[in-house]
Design a protein around this ligand. Structure first.
Ligand code: HGY
Ligand code: MN
Ligand code: MN
Length: 424
């Protein structure tokens, strides 16, 4: 027992996990709004705490070349391939404290339970905390899991955060070598499967009165960055008909995107989560406006059609307003199916714990979208209050945390390696 974990004596797995969620939730850029983004002091403080919990749980733990926290619990003999568990430990801005950490901390507590019982399995268990799933700081997501999957794109090292700091410089300042990220990559032969427990982030399990659900697939997503260039000018002297107002143009683009998604009957969802206008003075017509677009749909084909349609429509808005539009895809992830053989074992664990098996897709993205390149993936969802997420009101009842942990522990102890599915 070390200083970080002293006093963590709890009656149930759920109690221990909730205590740690609350501890980790204190590590934030500001006390008022939870934010813990890639390669910051908060990232380092969170990593140190999680590594201590991992070691206390009997895992050999280290920080990898991109800042993931990695723990390994050997099987019956050293060097066996592993069942990898985990989730991310970065957050969005003004976040809830469960999105990511619940899966990571639950996995650590499950291994701690095995360790307490001196239980060793015919395979190793690894727990990975991914350093940047949300992509808040550098607008490209799944950086930690892509590094583990060996698909990290070095081009993103040049991307800059809102303060103009490049990822390359931020990695160096954090004490990591940007030319050494490849060292985080794992071989497919080292992994038997990847399983992630995560809050549902939606209202379905609550509507079904269920504590847990079995994920069928992770919806693909496309993120775009749009930039409109018009002409800045004096707010008092330029007649309305002579203006090339970039912010007004962005507003029309945004309502066009919303209307296209609202009238779509195929489950398309579109979000403009960020907008920035220049020069940003009350009495100056904005000459520049940039905004992000996040598009998702149940199938890749539908999403790709929607991307093309939306780009066409906002190009027409720009033309009509004599604005110059630049649109770039900053992130694209295909829909990832959960492997049937692995999903079935999640379902068996749910049923064995006495709960109705309910399957549902994930509209949210997860690290399994990157891990699929080196292992089959499956996910277990845990009910969250009102389906609220990416919001400080995000909450999970301790009883549901405990149920999620018991299902995951049962899955681990009954896990049977399967034949890896054909690559998607
Ligand atoms: O955007 C997502 O779906 C995830 O929360 N990163
Ligand atoms: Mn999230
Ligand atoms: Mn998440």
């Amino acid at each position: 027992m070390n200083a970080q974990t002293a006093g963590l004596q709890h009656s149930s797995l759920g109690d221990e996990i909730v205590e740690r969620i609350n501890r980790l939730g204190q590590i934030s850029e500001t006390p008022e709004h939870l934010a813990r983004v890639f390669l910051t002091h908060e990232h380092r403080a969170a990593a140190d705490l999680i590594l201590a919990w991992m070691r206390d749980a009997g895992l050999h733990a280290h920080l990898d070349a991109i800042g993931n926290v990695c723990g390994r619990y050997e099987g019956e003999r050293p060097g066996l391939p592993c069942l990898m568990l985990g989730s991310h430990y970065d957050t969005v801005r003004d976040a809830g404290k469960w999105d990511g950490p619940l899966g990571l901390i639950t996995a650590i507590s499950c291994v701690a339970d095995l360790h307490r019982r001196g239980r060793r399995l015919p395979f190793a268990i690894e727990v990975t905390g991914f350093a940047d799933e949300e992509g808040v700081r550098f607008a490209s997501t799944l950086l930690g899991s892509r590094a583990v999957a060996g698909t990290f794109n070095e081009r993103v090292l040049g991307s800059k955060d809102s303060a103009g700091i490049s990822m390359r410089d931020a990695l160096s300042a954090f004490g990591l070598d940007p030319d050494h990220i490849g060292a985080a990559a794992r071989a497919p032969s080292e992994l038997l499967a990847y399983v992630e427990l995560h809050i549902e982030q939606g209202p379905v399990l609550e509507a079904e009165h269920l504590p847990v659900g079995v994920v069928t697939a992770i919806a693909g997503a496309t993120r775009l960055a749009a930039n409109l260039t018009g002409m800045a000018g004096h707010a008092g002297t330029v007649p309305m008909l002579l203006r090339r107002d970039a912010l007004a143009g962005a507003a029309e683009c945004i309502t066009t995107i919303e209307e296209l998604c609202r009238t779509d009957d195929g489950g398309l969802v579109g979000t403009v989560g960020y907008i920035h206008a220049m020069p940003g003075a009350t009495n100056v017509i904005p000459g520049q406006a940039s905004f992000t677009i996040d598009l998702r749909a149940p199938t890749d084909a539908h999403r790709k059609r929607a991307v093309a349609d939306i780009v066409r429509q906002i190009e027409a808005v720009a033309r009509r307003r004599k604005l110059v539009l630049q649109v770039d895809v900053t992130h694209e992830n295909r829909t990832v199916p959960c492997a049937p053989w692995l999903k079935a074992q999640v379902a068996e664990a749910v049923a064995a714990e006495g709960h109705r098996v309910f399957e549902l897709p994930s509209g949210a993205g997860h690290d399994g979208m990157a891990m699929i390149d080196i292992a089959d993936v499956a996910m277990l969802f845990v009910r969250c209050r009102g389906g609220v997420s990416h919001h400080p009101d995000e909450h999970v009842e301790t009883a549901d945390v405990d149920i999620g942990a018991r299902v995951l522990l049962r899955l681990i102890e009954n896990f049977q390696p399967g034949v890896r599915s054909a690559k998607v």
